[in-house]
Structure formats: structure tokens, C-alpha cells
Write a protein that binds this ligand. Sequence first.
Ligand code: IPD
Ligand code: CA
Ligand code: CA
Ligand code: CA
Length: 266
Amino acid sequence: MTVPDPRELLDLALEAARKGGALAARGQHGISVLDVKSSPTDVVTEMDRATEEMIRDVLLSARPDDAILGEEGGAAQGRSQVRWVVDPIDGTVNYLYGRAEWAVSVAAEVDGEVVAGVVEVPVLGRTYTAVRGEGAYRNGEPISVADPVDLSMALVATGFGYAAERRRKQAQVLGALLPKIRDIRRGGSAAIDLCTVAEGSVNAYYEQGVHPWDWGAGALIAEEAGARVAGLRGTPPNNAMLVAAPPGLFEPLHDLLVSLEADRDA
Ligand code: IPD
Ligand code: CA
Ligand code: CA
Ligand code: CA
């Protein structure tokens, strides 16, 4: 079997994310909650599902042998080396409230490694892309992380899970962190948070409890823009805790999060 070309995977990811993003944007006005998942605030709308279906159709009609992992359950088993990791609407709560900060996230893995990713932010007209080893781009223009700053001067993005237990711990960590940094931003989309690290509009991002579909594309974009992206204590970014920051800032933020046991839920 020939190894798939990451640039071709990026083109397909782009097509899927753009079509999905356009569909979701058309359906945003007047949207309501369809169902709840892990808690009453963990909502899903009809458009989360419809968008995932549309993305899946675009991907599988071009590459029927690939696997898919989608947040809304759209799994497909594959026979190729490629798996697509899809969050159809990252930032569903923002979407529900008519806000602009939500994204379609599509990542392509080859043999388990993300090699191409797109974070499409339809309402803001922003498309973030990366191919491994080839840099990160916003609307076709190269982007890079902000210069490293002292932790005390860092603007740090984060997010919170939906479960009450996790939130209690996240609030504790936040309480200890806040006096030690410039400020916090809670944008409401992990994928966009990672892209803001990539473009330098925040210095760093961390979050406990994220899933591969939240960070698959955004982590590659942040890495390709110069960030270090990992879990705590040397773990790869797949055990739910994610820290992203330029080298020089990553280490003190990481060490502080370790001392706060930020990767524990209770
Ligand atoms: C959520 C968003 C949010 C993050 C949560 C995610 P969803 O994804 O990325 O910013 O804090 O951890 O679950 O549910 O809107 O796709
Ligand atoms: Ca998500
Ligand atoms: Ca989602
Ligand atoms: Ca969700």
C-alpha cells in the first residue's frame, strides 16, 4: 500500500471542514438543544450530528478505506493506514448562544500520528492549517507562537470539562494559578485555544479532560507554529491533559501544573 501524501490529506480535510463549517453556520440561528450527554450542560444539537455526518460523507466518498473517530459517535472501521479525527462543532455552547467562537476540527492520522490538520472557524472567516514538518498557517499566511515570556506575564487560555467533579478540581487549579500569571482566557473551544497559541494571541493553553477530537488538529497547528505540546510528566498529549506553550514558558507552566496535580480529577 502506498503511504498517503499528507498534503493530499490536508486538501481533503480542508474540503470536509469547509463544507461542514458552511452547513453548521447556516444552521446556527435559532438552534436548540437536542440531547444531553455526560451532564445537563454537556449538550448536543441537531447540527453537531448533521455536520459530523456531512464531514464523514466527504471523507469516505474520497477515501472509503479510511477509519473515522468523531465526537458524535460517527466511528468507521478502516483498512488503510489513515484515521480521521473529527470534532464537527468544537465549542457547542458558544454555537448554541449564537457566538462566533466555534470551529470544525479535522485531523488526519497516518499509523497513529497526526500528519495534517484543519481548524475552520466559519463565522470569523479563519482557517488554520498544518502539515507535519511544513509550518502552520492562518488563511494561507504563516503563523508562529509569541516570544516566550515569564510565567508571571503569560496570558493563558484554558477550558473546563462538563462534569461537576472535574470542574471542582479545575477551579482549584485555576485559583492557584491565577495569582501567578497575567490573566486567563476561557474562549470555549479547545481547538481555537490551540490555534491562539499558534498565532501568539495567547501565550499558553492547558486543559484537563480533553479528547483526541478536541486537540487532534489544533495540537499539530500549535506544534508547527513553534509550541511544545504534551501532557504532564512527559506523557504524549493523549491522556486527557494538554499543555501547549513555546519552549521557555512550557516548562514553568508544566511544573506548576504538576505541583498542583492538575491532571487528577478530584
Ligand atoms: C468542548 C470545548 C471546550 C472545552 C471542553 C470541550 P465541545 O468541546 O472544546 O472549550 O473546554 O473540554 O469538551 O463539547 O464544545 O465539542
Ligand atoms: Ca470538542
Ligand atoms: Ca463538539
Ligand atoms: Ca461536545
